[in-house]
Ligand binder design. Sequence first.
Ligand code: MTE
Ligand code: HPA
Ligand code: MOS
Length: 750
Amino acid sequence: MKNIDTYTHVRGESLYVDDIITRHDTLYGVVFDASKAHAVITSIDYSKAEALNGVVKIFTHQDIPGENQIGGIIADEPLFAEKEVHFWGQPIALIVAETELIARKARKLIEIAYEELPVIVTAREAKEKASLISPPRTFKMGDADRAFAACDFVYEGETFSNGQEHLYLESQGCYAFPLENGAIKIFSSTQGPTAVQRTTAKVLGVPMHKIEVEVIRLGGGFGGKEDQATPWSVMAGLAVHHLKKPVKFILNRHDDLRMTGKRHPYESSYKIGLNKDLKIVAYEAEFLQNAGAAADLSTAVAERTLFHATNSYFVPNVMATVYSCKTNLPPNTAFRGFGGPQGMFVIESAIAHAAREMQVRRDEIQQANLLNENDEFPYGQIARQVIARPSWTTAKEKFNFEKLREGVVDFNHKNDHFKKGISMMPICFGISFTNTPMNHARALVHIYQDGSVGVSTAAVEMGQGVNTKMLQVAQEVLGISANKVKLETTNTTRVANTSPSAASSTADLNGKAVEMACKSLKSRLSAVAASLLKVDITAISFHGDSVYVNGEKSGTSWEKVVSQAMLERVALSENAHYATPEIHFDKSKEKGHPFAYHVYGTAITTVTIDCIRGTYEVEEVKMAHDFGASMNMAVDVGQVEGGLAQGIGWMTMEEISYNKEGRLLSNALSTYKVPDIFSAPKKIETVAVATDGHEHAIKKSKAVGEPPLMYAIGTYFAIQEAVKSFNPNYHLKYDAPFTPEKVLMALYEK
Ligand code: MTE
Ligand code: HPA
Ligand code: MOS
């Protein structure tokens, strides 16, 4: 089935926040933000800005009736800075004016003076100064210290992986307007409508029922709108609360880039111990996460780094520690993979290091250590229905890895100025919010009296195709055609207390709820149909908008049964709640069973580098992916290819840069390069590994949103292989992204 948004997307008719028709008296907001990364505010003079014709009001922390606090996990982040600023771009005030242009002009008229304080930009510096968001955490299995002592080979090293800008096409924004009795409705571009509702209520000091949040769809989120869509909506809510007029507020690209957090940069170190048979016996890693100036989701991201520290390998002795380091950068946040990619990059680096020293191929070490059935993860979960080896073997065989590799070797023999590199990259990603209590969702399904159906869930459509999947579930369970089902907007008054659409779990959690609600409705309608047709209820089923009796099509339509149900006063609405079974995690022991299941896969990547220029092309990426029993291959392959391209950007060209003063230098698309059609792989091939799927996945169709991003880690190591074949003296570095500048330096390093 085609993505149900295709038609309106192509015609430019899909609605986003900026498309909502504004009321005639709408006002516009612009944020006034800090122009120092760490400083005491010694004075602010708003008088010139306030005097500008068309400026309505400038809101600061002094206008907050409730709490000046937006921290989600830890209460450490004010909505508006008070006496001190902690990052460049930190909001200080919201200027509300008759037009956005006036508000922008007013921003330039605000006079502010600072007394500067020392700025911390890197995680290492923060750790040295004991500037931490929370105490470090350690996952431990076996006895790494003892095991290292007995290993044939032990290697140590350091890695760096940089941050990444989400670059959702639709920047952060919202439109808020007053309802009656102090209630406020906010249209927000958020992955987390409940977070927006809860935080707005807290800042305004009103009950949550006064705040209604509605999401139509997002022009991309990628994690950047899980937590960080909230402050803008809260600010707009604050302005509406005081002014009783609608306020619209969309960050322009510059403001968005400067004020919002990104993927966390990580400075890490590793120690890996192997035996002659290539088995990894012990692994130790220390991750320094650059969290920025407030916690945001950093502690949860850090936790997922530990969960994925050993990727898809079984290592009997593990010790992995993560520090969330507090720096003076914008608070870094969720980004596709949620700390997992950062953890996996480190063990892949350690394997590359070991392979080089032991004079074996990387893929030989990888293959020797892949997870097997009943292996234990360092966090205590036992690996079941493991697809690590099947995906590896499928990739090797279907794509003829040995022949591809020989082709690369042959090419490198024949060419001096161009070199090729090839890599294998297995992935293993845990599905569920790592915070167990977040794994739930609800669905509200109405069958209208004409037989058409409306479905509301907590799922936010952000391009990943979740609404299409929800429609498929409803349609299949009820046995009706697709055009009878409509996916409603995501609204806190219809589906409440929701977790954000994140962790790749949206389709599973909300889909299971839709399935439950539709099954209840179907059993009620089956009873109606059975009495109508005077047969036993067990004989009834629904297919293709018709009632079937013992598998035979009856003359009775779906519509007829629905209207009969109306006459009999049978409820045609259902609300269902789903909570993932089995999962649990004990943080005091750092052990448990946090994931409903894991998604596996293996990618083969080939690159060609130009050894004169240092530039390179990703020739092809071939992936054997564990879709389970995909319910929509078109949507899922889109996710695989999109995630891959986004990961390649992170690993190769996207270079976030802050200067020593904490100012973002890569603050425009002229200084921050993301993959375009020319830098995407020339060829992408995806095959499905033959698997049964998993019963906790919706219709056994496994989660697909985040895992494919991590295939792109293979690109880094393919480039490294190519560099090595040109310059045997190249000393391997693990410093992502591997930009052309770094490639050029490596090619000619002595
Ligand atoms: N795909 C598109 N087109 N746009 C997005 O914003 N977000 C990614 C992924 N794929 C995203 C996307 C992230 S970070 C997650 S967690 C999942 O989609 C969320 O959706 P899901 O839970 O339905 O997979
Ligand atoms: N993944 C993504 N988002 C999250 C998670 C997670 O595990 N936990 C909280 N938010
Ligand atoms: Mo995705 S990083 O869990 O929004």
